[in-house]
Design a protein around this ligand. Structure first.
Ligand code: SAM
Length: 298
């Protein structure tokens, strides 16, 4: 392996060497703090034979740290900006690293695994995510149906807070439900803008997700459950009765909503944002039995 120059202290030097003007629209804020990179690596619980996907390697600060840990594993680094792929190809000559010039949002994860002959359950995903598409990237991974073994991301602080939020507060919403349905989320560390070049305007947080082998609540029909979740949180100020019976994305009859709330002993005047994941799952299951299975809603 070539001696890489992708170390946090060398970022400015690399940008100058390759005459790189950063693309703000691609969320290019590069990590320049070794401690924070180490925190991401530690949170990922990397083993020497791990299979790792890195989203948005940039100029390779995190890439280098991951490769340092892998003696027999492999790293697949997916970067949209072709200029950065060229920089990375020039910096790294490591047969454990596969550079992939692709838009991560266009990846279908099952196809990706098949293409690279990767087995489910053994893959970790690490990223200092581009903030303009944090939620779609996380959702595409969680909803792919692929069992990843661990996901560790640097995200905007507020997004991390929404991911771990519990009922009642302003941060609790569709993202909290989705993340907590699929995984156990743990906030690792919050950092100031100073750990990046250029500095973003926001604080950032490292968060680790450990996908559950099975979701913690039983859901009869997943797409229906998530429609209910959207209906509840798109109209957060409405009470649960109105949010559900007037939801544009599902055609629920008001009487079915009222019956279900009564059977589950949920006050029809409370706002949906007060309901726990378990309550929302039970409500969606009952509504599905009363409406969906009777073909009342589609
Ligand atoms: N990992 C590097 C680091 O920590 O210094 C760079 C992180 S930077 C916050 C986000 C990276 O994601 C940039 O390199 C950017 O070009 C890349 N990126 C942005 N949108 C992308 C997309 N749709 N698909 C793949 N990579 C993308």
């Amino acid at each position: 392996m070539k001696e890489s120059i992708a170390t946090p202290g060398k970022t400015k030097e690399i940008l100058q060497k390759y005459n790189l003007k950063l693309a703000k629209g691609l969320g290019q804020n590069f990590l320049v703090n070794r401690n924070i990179i180490n925190k991401i690596i530690t949170a990922a619980k990397l083993k020497e034979d791990d299979l790792v996907i890195e989203i948005g390697p940039g100029i390779g600060a995190l890439t280098q740290a991951i490769l340092n840990r892998l003696t027999s594993g492999r790293l697949f680094a997916i970067e949209k900006d072709k200029r950065l792929i060229e920089v990375l190809a020039d910096q790294f000559s490591n047969n454990r690293l596969e550079l992939i010039n692709q838009d991560v949002l266009k990846i279908e994860w099952r196809d990706f695994l098949r293409r690279w002959d990767l087995k489910e359950g053994e893959i970790k995903v690490l990223a200092n995510l581009p903030y303009y598409i944090t939620t779609p990237i996380i959702m595409s991974l969680l909803e792919s149906g692929v069992k990843f073994s661990r996901l560790v991301f640097m995200v905007q602080k507020e997004v991390a807070e929404r991911m771990v939020a519990l009922p009642g507060g302003k941060d609790y919403g569709a993202l909290s439900i989705a993340v907590q349905y699929y995984s156990k989320a743990e906030i690792i560390h919050t950092v100031s803008p100073a750990v990046f070049i250029p500095q973003p305007e926001v604080y950032s947080t490292v968060i680790a997700l450990e996908p559950y082998p099975e979701p913690p609540v039983k859901v009869l029909k997943k797409d229906f459950f998530f429609k209910i979740v959207r209906a509840i949180f798109q109209q957060r100020r409405k009470n649960i009765k109105n949010a559900l019976s007037k939801a544009a994305n599902i055609n629920l009859k008001k009487e079915r909503v009222l019956e279900s709330l009564a059977e589950l002993d949920i006050d029809q005047r409370i706002r949906g944002e007060k309901l726990t994941l378990k309550q929302i799952a039970e409500l969606s299951n009952l509504l599905w039995k009363k409406s969906g299975e009777r073909n009342e809603i589609y």
